[in-house]
Design a protein around this ligand. Structure first.
Ligand SMILES: *[C@@H]1O[C@H](CO)[C@@H](O)[C@H](O)[C@H]1NC(C)=O
Ligand SMILES: *[C@@H]1O[C@H](CO)[C@@H](O)[C@H](O)[C@H]1NC(C)=O
Ligand SMILES: *[C@@H]1O[C@H](CO)[C@@H](O)[C@H](O)[C@H]1NC(C)=O
Length: 330
């Protein structure tokens, strides 16, 4: 995992450092030989995730976007400077500390002011993590807490760590933060105030943790991925999603929910609830029963398979949808 994370970063840096015609070429290569060939060619940051297919378009696109956004900075990053940060023994880290020119972040204006903030390793965040432009990559870095983040952090990846708890102060004041990806940690609780005041947050990616409840969510959220947790319906506040008028992707599969959250914003495009324990639903859960012309054109992707519910019992529930939900209709 560490090696592939490093390889993918390296690949990205190398690709971005090459001439502008590359993206087209790369795309062609990927189309012609998906999944085979050469690691340095095909890997991207999104490939680190545990189940790329489920949301790869979201991850890949934004990773790509973020790197092109800061593309002009990338050539400054020396490739060999990427080697130490994700994982260091004590000797390596003192070496790195003594030779500041090898730190990947020294030239980054975003990390100034961070010198005094240390992670639980006792090191500055951008020594433990890789900071590239305004992205902070902390995958698989033995973190037990969210490290102190540079003020300008826009994308945070801290997958495959040992984080158990998200504190209200962890993301405080990070007004640029657009994506938080904490897949595959041990998070069992999140302070209510951790996320909801983040004005720019669009993607909150938390699959494979141990959550039983959701915190209050920020209004600008577009993607919420909480698959493979232990969420119960009692852990979702009534109307938790009502005010989220930009929410498009709500991934709640593989939890312990016994009801469909309600109400759902009209912006929603995907609602994944497979592998829960839902037995029934109100007839007007998707469509406003009193308004037969009511439509929900966006909600094309509802998954209710692997739930005990018999979808044939609710024929009136789907008239406003562009497509029937996926699930058992017998
Ligand atoms: C990997 O890519 C490099 C550079 O494109 C190429 O020289 C090498 O032969 C490739 N290796 C394999 C196993 O395809
Ligand atoms: C979060 O807020 C909700 C509603 O305001 C409340 O019911 C819940 O107990 C709070 N959770 C925590 C951990 O404070
Ligand atoms: C599901 O509901 C339909 C419609 O009432 C019924 O005909 C069918 O037998 C039910 N299936 C099961 C497995 O209960």
């Amino acid at each position: 995992m560490r090696l592939s994370a490093f390889l993918s970063l390296l690949a990205l840096v190398l690709q971005e450092a090459q001439p502008a015609s590359l993206p087209k070429e790369r795309k062609k290569r990927e189309e012609s030989s998906p999944g085979e060939g050469n690691a340095s060619e095909v890997l991207h940051v999104g490939d680190i995730g545990p189940s790329r297919n489920d949301y790869h378009e979201v991850i890949d696109l934004s990773s790509y976007e973020e790197l092109t956004d800061y593309g002009d900075q990338l050539p400054e990053v020396k490739v060999n400077s990427l080697t130490p940060p994700t994982r260091m023994g004590p000797t390596q880290s003192t070496m790195t500390a003594r030779t500041p020119s090898s730190k990947p972040t020294v030239t980054m204006p975003t990390t100034s002011g961070l010198q005094g903030s240390l992670t639980s390793h006792g090191l500055p965040t951008c020594l433990v993590c890789v900071c590239l432009g305004s992205s902070v990559y902390c995958d698989d870095a033995d973190l037990e807490n969210i490290p102190p983040l540079p003020q300008m952090t826009t994308y945070l990846y801290a997958r495959f760590n040992h984080i158990r708890h998200i504190r209200a102060r962890d993301f405080k004041g990070l007004t640029k933060l657009k994506r938080i990806d904490l897949s595959s940690n041990f998070i069992s609780s999140i302070d209510n105030d951790s996320f909801h005041l983040l004005p720019a947050l669009q993607d909150l990616i938390l699959p494979e943790n141990q959550l039983t409840a959701l915190p209050v969510l920020p209004r600008g959220l577009e993607v919420l991925d909480v698959r493979l947790n232990q969420l119960r319906s009692s852990g979702i506040q009534p109307e938790a999603f009502r005010a989220l008028e930009k929410l498009q992707f709500l991934y709640l599969a593989d939890n312990l929910l016994d009801s469909i959250p309600w109400p759902l914003p009209l912006s929603l495009r995907s609602l994944h609830l497979q592998n829960n324990v839902i037995e029934t639903m109100p007839r007007d859960i998707f469509c406003d029963g009193g308004e037969p012309r009511h439509t929900r054109r966006e909600l094309e992707d509802i998954r209710l398979d692997s739930n005990p519910i018999n979808l044939s019992l609710f024929p009136d529930a789907y008239f406003c949808l562009p497509r029937l939900p996926v699930g058992r209709f017998t």
